[in-house]
Design a binder for this molecule. Sequence first.
Ligand code: Q46
Ligand code: ZN
Ligand code: ZN
Length: 319
Amino acid sequence: MNCRKCGKKAVINMRQHKLGLCEQHFLDWIPQQTQRFIEKYGMFTNDDRILVAVSGGKDSLSLWDVLARLGYHADGLYINLGIDDGAHYSSKSQRIAEDFAEANKLHLQVVAIESLEGFTIPEASRRTLRGQGRPCSVCGLTKRHVLNRVAREQNYDVLVTGHNLDDEAAVLFGNTINWATGYLTRQSPLLEAKSGLVRKAKPFFRFYERETAAYALLRGIEYIYEECPHATGATSLYYKELLNTMENRRPGAKLSFLLSFLQAKESGFLADGDSDDSRELRTCQSCGQPTTAPDTCTYCRMWEQIRSRQPRTIEGRHT
Ligand code: Q46
Ligand code: ZN
Ligand code: ZN
C-alpha cells in the first residue's frame, strides 16, 4: 500500500480507516487527529494548564510529545509505585520518563508512594486483604487519588491520560458483560470537573495501540516495553485478546464498538437513574479530597489500615 498523501511507500496501514501513510505523513497525522479530538470533545484549550499522567510507557510519552508539539502547556507527573522486585519496572520507567522530560525540556514531577505513605505498593498490598493478594486494587486507588490531589493542589485545569482505543474498548467490554451501569455512565473521553474532582481527558482514546506504538517508534521515543509484572493474567488483557480476534475478522470492530457506545449514551441510552454520579460528595476530614463517605475517604482509610497491620506471610497468616 502507498501513502494516500504523497504516493510513497506506506509504513503503516490503518485498515479500519482504509488509510496507508508514509513515515512523515503518519507523524503529521497523529497530532492533527489529536487536535481534532481535543476540539471535538472540548477537552481543553491553549490557555489551560495540563497535567499529563506519565508512566514511561508508549502511550503517555507519545501523548506528552504530541501535546508539546501542538504547543500546549503540558507538565508531567510520574508516580513511583516501588514495583522493583525482579524487572525493576518502577526505577526503569522513572529513568525513561525523566530522560524524556530532560531531552524535551519539559517539566516532570515525581511522587514516590513510599515517601508519601511509608510503603511501596507491593509492601502495602501484603498488608491488606484488599485485592486478595494482587496489588492492582491498592495501586489503582492510590494512583487515582494522587493524580487528582496533585492536579488540584497545583491548580491544573485538566488531568490527561494516555488511554488508547484498545484500553477503552477493553474497559467497555468488561463493563458491558457485567452490566456495570454506574461505570458505563462514567466511561467517557472527557469527565468534567466536579466537587473537588479535576477535569479528566483522554486525547488518544481513538488511536489503536499499534498506532501509538508506531508513533513512539518513528519519533524515536524510548519507552518501557515491559508491562508492569502484576499485569500478567489481568482480565483486561484477556478482553483485549478477544477484541483483537474480532478486529482481525472485521477491521474497525473495536472503534465502532466504542464510538457506537458513546453515541448511544449521548442519545440517552443510559438514563440518569443509572448514574451513581448523583451521589453527594463530601470532603475527607483527613486529606481534604472529595469522597462519598461521611468522614474519611477510602484512600485514607486504606492507608491507615495498611500502616497499622503486619505483613501477611505467604500462607496468608499474620507474622
Ligand atoms: S494497577 Fe496493577 Fe497496573 Fe498497578 S500493580 Fe501494575 S498492573 S501498575 S496499570
Ligand atoms: Zn506520504
Ligand atoms: Zn482522605
